[in-house]
Design a binder for this molecule. Structure first.
Ligand SMILES: [Zn+2]
Ligand SMILES: [Zn+2]
Length: 270
């Protein structure tokens, strides 16, 4: 088993409307569950859809985390902000500093949410261009530490993702992975994306993460947990060792997250 899979840098809480069982997804219970399962690091996030709501929720999360009995578990405060169009981040650098965040996940691909711009007409080629432009823009924003679910297409918002990947070359995917590597940004990897059958085939994920390995970009183990039963899902990534061939060196750990912000500051936020 890959020992870095005992970290999870993408965990939601009761503060997010999309968590179905608010009474169980509270940081104290999540931490207890994580300790039982042998996790060593957790990164909590709130969906940061707008400044007002995002600031309020993140301050509440910070307050909750301040009162945790976390033992040796390392706990980080983060957000999952959005980039609905290039240059339109839902969080500002000032807010990141004011909140004293440990890390920022910046999603450029929640295309199913209304405030995202979707290509028109929605051809596979246009969808590919919008998808890749968003990924590159998330890197260029200078605000992201981790980019979540690089291949996702909830509710088929971009049309058939299998078709989108058919018209995407390995070179185009590699260009993005190498861009992320150059900027020292990690791409998260969630085992539940490998078992989705309705909106994309698992092979799309295998292909993408094999190219990540080829490019040498860092991967962030994540569960994107919205309920307690999903804590510990990062261990399931080892099921795909054979399909993808990843090793512990491909994954970030708590030290990477802890030092990432200092590295950014020392080079002027990239
Ligand atoms: Zn997301
Ligand atoms: Zn999430």
């Amino acid at each position: 088993m890959n020992h870095k899979l005992n970290c999870d840098f993408h965990v939601h809480t009761y503060l997010d409307a999309c968590c179905p069982r608010k009474e169980e997804q509270i940081p104290r219970k999540v931490v207890c569950r994580a300790q039982e399962l042998g996790l060593t690091a957790l990164g909590f996030v709130v969906h940061y859809y707008s400044s007002d709501e995002g600031l309020r929720l993140t301050r509440q999360l910070k307050e909750d985390l301040a009162h945790l009995d976390q033992g040796s578990l390392r706990v980080f405060l983060g957000v999952e902000a959005d980039l609905p169009a290039p240059g339109k981040e839902t969080i500002t650098r000032q807010e990141i500093e004011d909140l004293d965040l440990d890390f920022v996940i910046l999603a450029p691909n929640h295309f199913h949410i209304d405030f995202y711009s979707r290509p028109s007409p929605l051809t596979p080629e246009n969808a590919r261009d919008a998808w890749l432009a968003g990924l590159h823009a998330a890197i260029d924003s200078g605000l992201a530490d981790i980019i979540p679910h690089p291949i996702i297409n909830l509710h088929n918002a971009l049309g058939d993702m299998n078709r989108v990947l058919e018209v995407t070359s390995d070179a185009q995917i590699l260009e993005f992975c190498e861009h992320a590597r150059e900027k020292d940004i990690a791409l998260d990897v969630n085992p539940r994306l490998f078992t989705e059958k309705e909106w994309w085939k698992p092979e799309l994920q295998f292909r993408f993460y094999r190219l990540c390995r080829k490019a040498g970009v860092n991967l962030s183990p994540c569960s994107d947990s919205h309920q307690l039963s999903e804590i510990g899902d990062t261990f399931k990534l080892s099921l795909y060792d054979g399909d993808i061939g990843w090793t512990p060196d491909d994954f970030i750990d708590a030290d990477w997250v802890a030092s990432r912000r200092e590295r950014c500051l020392s080079r002027g936020n990239q």
